[in-house]
Write a protein that binds this ligand. Structure first.
Ligand SMILES: *Cc1c(COP(=O)(O)O)cnc(C)c1O
Length: 354
């Protein structure tokens, strides 16, 4: 900390991302990236002229990408705002609507607490039930901005349409931010509800299901008036928020729908296989609708399993939060990666039992 740091800076508690290891090659199952490569059609497109036009600013409206997203989901252009990763979308939404306070589950995406702290939003954490499902009654008439990831981060557990809609319709006097980072891996997408509810902000990302984590592209879908508010925030902060290469990659990734669906299916199949194998090995696995699973084994602590796997060249994620500290979070990788993981786990458990 410098001697110039303000009190505000001293009070920040920044997000700690999962490791992005350099050097030694790991099987990387720790940050919920897609194990399958970005759409080749998307890469081919930017390899062409685009890279020779970087002397020009990107389109501040990201119009081509905005239109592509709007057409794909059957909403209007005025209902879409493209952002620099969905973390930026979350920041805009917290800035715009966090003044009345925010609430979110005690186990969820750690970034919500970080942004709330940055913008000075009052935070109310609502505990998940014993079985790690969202206690929907506790979110009714919240009288503050509701923030929910669906499927939920860290647990992977999904709320269905009925429960989502109950939460939105019981909060008509405040905003509901629904973070759909993992929705493509689940069974319900709430974008349709943005046509019915003018208090709903759906936040989405290209980072997970569309294999573009490094490109940093996210988007909001909401009622036009909400998008106008968020645009105002964006243009007061970073008018050229999405670079031209990333915007083109993202638009092309949406057009390459066949590739998208094939990779989604592979991940869902591998998730099913991984869950079954871990259960056979004695793990307790939460029912995941995302591209990761949260699992624990009574014979080994979460942290120890994480460290042993790391020694063996496999990176998973461990959280120190009380409620999930006995678990590890494993991103669904390729079948080959998951076979190595399972083999290492079996060896570690055998060694541990001696
Ligand atoms: C990964 C993740 C994000 C962030 O995505 P970016 O678009 O890469 O910024 C947002 N919310 C949740 C729940 C996530 O897991």
């Amino acid at each position: 900390m410098s001697r110039f740091a303000s009190n505000l800076i001293n009070c920040l508690s920044p997000y700690v991302p999962g490791e992005q290891p350099k050097g030694k090659s790991f099987i990387k199952l720790n940050t919920n990236e897609n194990p399958y490569f970005t759409s080749i059609a998307a890469v081919k497109r930017v390899e062409g002229n685009l890279l020779y036009n970087l002397n020009r600013y990107s389109d501040p409206e990201s119009l081509e990408l905005t239109k592509t997203i709007a057409d794909y989901y059957g909403v209007g252009e005025e209902n879409v705002l493209v952002t620099n990763g969905s973390d930026e979308a979350l920041a805009f939404a917290f800035f715009a609507y966090g003044g009345c306070g925010v609430c979110f589950p005690d186990v969820t995406y750690g970034f919500y607490g970080v942004i709330a702290n940055l913008f000075g939003c009052n935070v109310k954490q609502i505990p998940l039930k014993e079985d790690f499902t969202v206690d929907i009654n506790e979110f009714f008439k919240a009288e503050r901005t509701v923030v929910l990831a669906n499927p939920n981060a860290q647990t992977g557990i999904e709320l269905g349409k009925d429960n989502i809609e109950k939460i939105i319709s019981s909060n008509l006097h405040n905003i509901v931010i629904l973070d759909q980072a993992y929705a493509d891996f689940g069974s319900y997408n709430a974008i349709e509800l943005t046509k019915k509810y003018d208090n709903l902000i759906v936040v989405n990302t290209f980072s997970k299901s569309r294999s573009l984590a490094g490109a940093r592209v996210g988007y909001v879908i909401a009622n036009g008036n909400l998008i106008a508010d968020l645009k105002k925030v964006k243009n007061s902060f970073h008018p050229y928020n999405v670079n031209s290469v990333s915007a083109a990659l993202a638009a092309e990734a949406i057009r390459d729908d066949g590739y998208f669906k094939v990779s989604l299916n592979k991940i869902k199949n591998t998730r099913r296989y991984l869950t079954k194998k871990l259960e056979e090995t004695g793990f307790y696995v939460l029912p995941s609708a995302a591209n990761f699973i949260l699992a624990k084994h009574q014979a080994i602590e979460g942290e120890e399993l994480y460290l042993k796997l790391k020694e063996n060249g496999v990176l998973v994620r461990h959280f120190t939060d009380e409620r999930i500290k006995n678990f590890v979070r494993i991103t669904v990788g390729t079948d080959e990666e998951i076979e190595v993981l399972l083999k290492k786990i079996t060896e570690i458990l055998k060694e541990n039992a001696k």
